[in-house]
Design a binder for this molecule. Sequence first.
Ligand code: BG6
Length: 511
Amino acid sequence: MMIMESPDNLVIVIFGASGDLASRKLIPAIFSLKSQKIMPEKYAIVGVGRTKISDEAFRTKMKEAIVTFSEEKASDQILISDFTKDLYYHSIEDYSGRGYSELKEALLDLDERYGIGGNYIFYLATPPSMYEIIAVNLSKEGLTVTENGFRRIIIEKPFGYDLESGRNLNKTLHELISEDQIFRIDHYLGKETVQNLLVTRFANGIFEPLWNRNYIDRIEITSSESIGVEERGGYYDSAGALRDMVQNHLLQMVGLTAMEPPSSLDANAIRNEVLKVFQSLQPIKEEDVSKYVIRGQYTGSLVRGECITGYRYEKGVAVDSRTETYVAIKFFINNWRWGGVPFYMRTGKRLPTRVTEIVIHFKQTPHHLFQRTMVKLSGNQLIIRIQPDEGILLKFDMKEPGAGFNVKNVDMDFHYKDLADIWVPSAYERLLHDVMLGDSTLFSRDDEVETAWKFLEPIQKAWAKNPSIKVFGYPAGTWGPEHANDLIEGDGITWRYPCKNLADEELYCEL
Ligand code: BG6
């Protein structure tokens, strides 16, 4: 097993500590890092929130969170108590002003008691509308000054809601702190399988020579979810699939799939290449939006015997909402490697199954020797499965045993689960540990975020200006609006309909 580096001593301050993110993801992730013995020798965690609770009550709440949400199903009470003894809670009257000097005093006191040496990470697990005001107040108290140790701020997407607000957020943050103090979390980049895209492409000699317009016919990226908006209707109705998934997770996957080999594994070397991909995205003109972008919204239906509520009847959603819960986009990347290769990407809620995958469709052979068999050859596909049943599948044609030359499409598959004894950290573990080490490779940089918004801007504008661009309904549990097929269909091609299991595929399959 690889020896992981231990970070320097530090205090982690979680704003919004009584919220869902802290209990479901952050505290269980830090607990897991502690169990793996890769937390710093000395550290303290301070939850900050408006609810008034004691340190003890916070510890009890976080113990429950660890038992409920920890991926390893933590059951060792001694280990959990040993972890929670370093948790503290500080209630703040109001994020926008009062209470920051008391917070500073509390932090300095802890810093001294633990012998930390001035390193702080501030995780803003609050609604995004609070990011700027919290950063301003931390800065006013001198808590973002790096003289006596590092000071880092972590924020979660959405980073603005369009190009202008995305730029403004960056601008405000840059007036207070430098870019290398900002860690913008895109939890997809914390997924092992997303990072493995780099290894698959750049550690193997066999793929890279084929990874271009000469051999690749098209690329399909799917991130489907079977769940709906759950308790997040209020947030989601003002976001929609384009902001919630495409601006960040899907475009980051496009970046890693399409980028040039970086000169090194340095954070900026990798992010520079991803940025170049974003800069090469062929802008979709406002007047072409309905041709290249299909949006949809789920309607109520019966899925596997269960009555599923339509999006407009979800809690927090307007009854006449036109927010998209599904989006499919056809686009091109204008550079030498990808010129003319269509990319198809789609994401949606309440689709048949939860799958994220990238499908590389290779071109057909130039001469169809075996056409007489009347079998339509499907061409080679490399399927990189991000989740679930993480792995890689190569589809290729083989001779069916027996007389003649009957051709059959077969699978060669590798599943991560076959690698025994491998510790697969959760996305948040990996990312939090990276922030502690100051490694920003897997975090979105300011210019990447802005360029991604720039690509989406004409789509957002066209939708906002032009109500005649349809929002197609699709019954919950189906693969989205039928119109999304028009984007890809032609010459006999269709979307791939993946299943939970990597090697299976069928129209509507959940095994
Ligand atoms: C989040 C989105 O960023 O990603 C959610 O806000 C979505 O709407 C989630 O459900 C999907 O993440 P994962 O890891 O389950 O694919």
